[in-house]
Ligand binder design. Sequence first.
Ligand code: A5P
Length: 224
Amino acid sequence: MADRDELKRAAAARALDFVEDGMVLGLGTGTTAAFFVDQLADRVARGLRVVCIPTSERTAAQARRLGIPLASFAEHRKIDLAIDGADEVERTTLDLIKGRGGALLREKIVAAASRQFVVIVDDDKLVDRLGTTGPLPVEIVQFGWQATAARLEELGARSELRRAASGEAFVTDGGIADPAETEGRINSIVGVVENGLFVGRSSAVVASSQHGIEVLAPIGTAPR
Ligand code: A5P
C-alpha cells in the first residue's frame, strides 16, 4: 500500500511529462507541489532548461535551494505551464478549491497567466461537489474584516476568521452548488481580495491512487 506521500510524489512525477525544454513554468505551493519542485530540480541538474515563477516565498526558497532558475512577471507576462496541487477537485468539471495552504492569490494569478494549468493530487482530493470536505478560503483585507465577513454570511455561509490578514470561511451545508456563480458573488464583495474557487482553469488533473495514475482532462479535450 502506497502511503499518501508516495501518491503525491507519483502524481508529481507524472506531471513532469508535461514539461518541455525552454518553458516558463509556474510552481505551485503545498506538499504535493513541493514533490514536483524536488523532481524538477533533478531534471534541471541533468540539463533541462526552464525558468520558474513561484507562487509563494516557501516555494521560491525551495527552488532557489535546489538550483532551479527563478523569474518573475517582470520578465515574462505569460507562463507556458503551471503545476500546482489542490484541496478539492470536482470529478466532472475539474473545478477546484485551493488555498487551504494560504497561497491562493498568487496561485490564482499564476493560473490565470498560464497557457496550461496541470493539477496534481492524490485521489482523496476528488469530490463529487466542491466544498464538501472543508472550508473555502477567502482572502480579505484586514481593514473592516468584520463587515466583509458579515457580507459573506449574507450569501448563506458561516464565516470564521483564520488570521487577521487573511480571513477565510465559507462552506454551505451541502457543498457549493454553482462554483462559477459563487466565485463571482464572493469577489464582488468590497473587501474581498480573492477566493479559492478555480473554475474552468484546469487543463488536466493528474490523480494518483493505489491503483495507478489517471490523467483527467476537461470534457471535450483528450488527456495527454
Ligand atoms: C496552497 O495555498 C494550496 O492551494 C495548495 O495547493 C493546496 O492546499 C494543496 O496542498 P497539499 O498538496 O499540501 O495538499
